[in-house]
Design a protein around this ligand. Structure first.
Ligand code: PDD
Length: 284
């Protein structure tokens, strides 16, 4: 089946879709993005994704390309045209096309927008039931990781390190030895009392939508959430660990840098959260 992309106002064949060579996203990574899960052909948690997108745009002083309602129509139409039942929709907005100059264009330019959608299978049950391993690596990113910018080179380098090491993800570590987050996931541990610990929202991490939603569910199920920093050694000594994202949902982590977490199998709190989150995906 041929794929369709939405590019600056038109639905075009994915194979022939193109943007201008002087798009500032291409030249300066001057843009932001969102990845939204699709389940049963429907967008999951689109409202907080819109909120985060608008915040990222505002922080970079990029104009909103269209209203939320119009954007929702485009997102859903792209999903529909690509017949995605289970997968993701990707949305990217850049400052637009202008003669190359570091400073923003003097005259207002139209932000450029691209939307694509594709089927993506959830991770295989045997991966989830075994859990995954992560490595740690210094966090070499900038100090505004709260903005969902398309500038992802440090994340790509770190993810490749993980891949080369046979690990699922790299947990990035700040200069004081505290874990910030994964390259495209948020990091969590569970202490001996069953409390969830995840880094507090600040410029060092992205406010993951899965993280946000899961905190809500934890509260509903009387599971305490402590938002604070945790070190690599605390994570290694934790009872359980897991990571969250739009594409991994709740994924158990059973080893960090080759050192086993807890029993080396997904723990009961992680399993419960995974179940709760799965219900949410299928219920919406
Ligand atoms: N990544 N941290 C970073 C650095 C991320 O890039 C992501 C998402 C997350 C998790 O956020 P969410 O729960 O909203 O997916 C945390 C997306 C999936 C990506 O870049 O593909």
């Amino acid at each position: 089946m041929s794929r369709t992309a939405y590019v600056n106002g038109s639905y075009v064949s994915h194979a022939n879709a193109h943007v201008h060579i002087e798009d500032r996203g291409y030249q300066f990574a001057d843009g932001v993005y969102e990845v939204i899960a699709v389940q049963g052909g429907r967008l999951i948690d689109s409202a907080p994704h819109h909120e985060r997108l608008e915040r990222s745009l505002d922080e970079l002083k990029i104009a909103r390309p269209m209203s939320r309602t119009a954007l929702d129509i485009v997102l859903n139409e792209t999903v529909r045209r690509n017949r995605v039942k289970e997968g993701i929709v990707y949305l990217q907005v850049t400052r637009g096309v202008a003669k190359r100059d570091h400073a923003f264009p003097k005259t207002s330019v139209r932000p450029a927008i691209v939307v694509t959608a594709r089927p993506m299978k959830a991770h295989a049950p045997e991966v989830i039931s075994k859990g995954v391993s992560v490595i740690t690596t210094p966090d070499i990113r900038w100090s505004r990781c709260d903005i969902k910018s398309v500038s992802l080179l440090p994340n790509c380098l770190a993810k490749q390190l993980a891949k080369d090491a046979g690990a699922f993800e790299a947990w990035q570590v700040d200069q004081d030895g505290f874990i910030t987050e994964g390259t495209s996931t948020n990091a969590w541990i569970v202490d001996e009392h069953g409390n969830l610990i995840t880094r507090q929202l600040e410029n060092a991490i992205l406010s993951g939508i899965t993280r946000l939603v899961l905190i809500d569910f934890a509260h509903q199920h009387q599971i305490a959430v402590i938002e604070r920093k945790f070190s690599v050694s605390e994570a290694v000594a934790a009872s359980e660990a897991f990571l969250t994202s739009t594409t991994s949902f709740v994924m158990p982590v059973v080893a960090i840098d080759g050192r086993q977490i807890g029993e080396g199998i997904p723990g009961p709190t992680t399993e419960k959260l995974r179940e709760i989150y799965d219900k949410h995906l299928n219920a919406e």
